[in-house]
Design a binder for this molecule. Structure first.
Ligand code: AKG
Ligand code: FE2
Length: 298
């Protein structure tokens, strides 16, 4: 689901600088959201785009969208562009940072000496949801592409979590609904509830809906019982079978409804150690919390 910005709207947005934002704890302040909204909704065509975005992410839409902001990224300074993207994001849900020591937008660069399968590693980043081990994971995870892998790797992958679950056997679904899974550590995180350990992958009270609380990274990094691990491996295989993939381009802004889609990334191309850090692939990540009563927080 790709959404392009008409060129007249691009031109108007370039002429409408937004002020710096304020935070209220780890959330974007209400006053900033109102200020951005007033400014942006006065731009003809803006509300059509945000309506299309919300449609793609909830209701009958797919559950993810890519807003193509490449021309705006080129025309605006980094700070002005980030404010504008924050304004688009705030039309979907409330931007926040779960990491108290990070700014609202978190850098995902490339670190050659990190666990290759984790965020900012160079390897295959397997299907997952972000903040999987919080009782309230972010409703949306969003990724803004700043720079491509100059060597050509790093294709994004997405898969419909409920469709993958529906292809599993009933026995495997029953195993996945048991509180037998755990992943990672939980330290000093804001806005995502409490640590959830162990957790069920499927929410038995909400079949076909809700989070599919899964990360394929648990298959190698968590101690799981044999039967539960096998069921989780089946799910990981179904996610791959149903995946869609494409290369995010500079200025592309991917928004994923975490109740519907899981995401990941193919490996970066080999040879990252030959690329200066400042030239390596760079994404910026932002999380969103659905507003109460907007229908997508079910
Ligand atoms: O590098 C990417 O494209 C995705 C990274 C990711 O999913 C994460 O860091 O949580
Ligand atoms: Fe992620």
């Amino acid at each position: 689901m790709f959404i392009d910005i008409p060129s007249e709207l691009e031109a108007d947005l370039i002429d409408r600088p937004l002020p710096p934002w304020a935070l209220d704890g780890s959330f974007l302040a209400q006053s900033s959201m109102e200020e951005y909204r007033t400014e942006l909704t006065a731009t003809p065509g803006f509300e059509e785009i945000t309506a299309a975005l919300r449609h793609a992410l909830t209701g009958e839409g797919d559950g993810y969208a890519v807003l193509r902001l490449g021309n705006l990224a080129k025309a605006l300074s980094g700070v002005r562009f980030q404010r504008l993207v924050t304004g688009f994001a705030a039309e979907v849900a409330v931007p926040f940072s779960p990491f108290p020591r990070w700014p609202l937008w978190k850098d995902i660069g490339v670190k050659v000496d990190k666990d290759p399968g984790k965020s900012s590693g160079i390897g295959y980043n397997a299907f997952h949801m972000d903040l999987v081990n919080g009782t309230q994971p972010p409703d949306y995870t969003t990724l803004l592409c700043v720079r491509l892998d100059p060597l050509g790797g790093g294709t994004s992958i997405l898969s419909d979590a409920h469709a993958a679950v529906a292809r599993l056997s009933e026995d495997n679904r029953a195993l996945l609904a048991e509180s037998a899974y755990h992943y990672g550590t939980f330290f000093d995180l804001h806005g995502v509830g409490e640590e959830y350990k162990p957790f069920p992958i499927l929410d038995g009270s909400n079949p076909g809906g809700g989070f599919v609380r899964f990360t394929a990274k648990m298959l190698e990094r968590s101690e799981l019982g044999q039967a539960h691990a096998d069921a989780a491996r089946e799910l990981a295989e179904e996610l791959v079978r149903g995946q869609v993939s494409w290369m995010l381009q500079p200025g592309d802004y991917l928004i994923v409804n975490q109740r519907r889609f899981l995401h990941g990334r193919e490996a970066l191309h080999s040879g990252q150690d030959t690329i200066p850090v400042a030239d390596r692939r760079l994404l910026l990540q932002l999380f969103l919390r659905a507003r109460a009563g907007d229908g997508s927080a079910a």
